[in-house]
Design a protein around this ligand. Structure first.
Ligand code: CO
Length: 174
């Protein structure tokens, strides 16, 4: 499973709700974790591996040996978010060499379905809430550069231009 790199248009596509909770969905989630660990990430959304469905995975530890911290969410939605916000440093596996400050609500309450289609709720704080919100944004075609503070965005500009250049080169070569 290869990770889709900015500015690939698949990162901006509409993502369909998950409606079939079968074995292939579980396999996709498993492969997303493997791709995420292989690239030292803490979260990954399906469009980042070219699957335009509303599925995301994360592990706040970022470590395969802490499998007990793995979270898989199908069709997640935020049902509550705190008024308290916090700025924090983020990166994204679809943006190698890019990071920056993003302001997000500190706490969120989430409704989602598991890989069997069973609905459940989750209350997330701090780091977990940040990872989740970053991945949920991917399902809506929103990227962290869209939410970066102006200072971070201008700092990231050269690296973003490099990614656009590389993407065009790869298209030309293929
Ligand atoms: Co990301």
């Amino acid at each position: 499973m290869d990770i889709v790199i900015y500015p690939d248009p698949r990162l901006r596509k509409k993502n369909a709700p998950v409606t079939t909770f079968d074995e292939s969905l579980g396999t996709a989630a498993r492969e997303m974790f493997e791709a995420m660990y292989a690239t030292s990430g803490v979260g990954l959304a399906a469009p980042q591996v070219g699957l335009n469905i509303r599925l995301l995975v994360y592990n706040p530890s970022g470590k395969a040996e802490h499998a007990e911290e793995e979270v898989v969410l199908c069709n997640p939605k935020i049902v509550f978010k705190s008024k308290d916000t916090e700025s924090g440093e983020e990166g994204c596996l679809s943006f190698p060499e890019v990071n920056g400050q993003v302001i997000r609500p500190l706490n969120v309450k989430v409704e989602a379905q598991n890989l069997q289609g069973d609905a459940f709720e989750l209350e997330l704080e701090d780091w977990d809430a940040r990872i989740f919100q970053h991945e949920l944004d991917h399902l809506d075609g929103i990227l962290f550069i869209d939410r970066m503070t102006p200072a971070s965005k201008s700092q990231a500009k050269p690296a973003l231009e490099d990614l656009v250049y590389d993407y065009k080169q790869n298209l030309a070569d293929s």
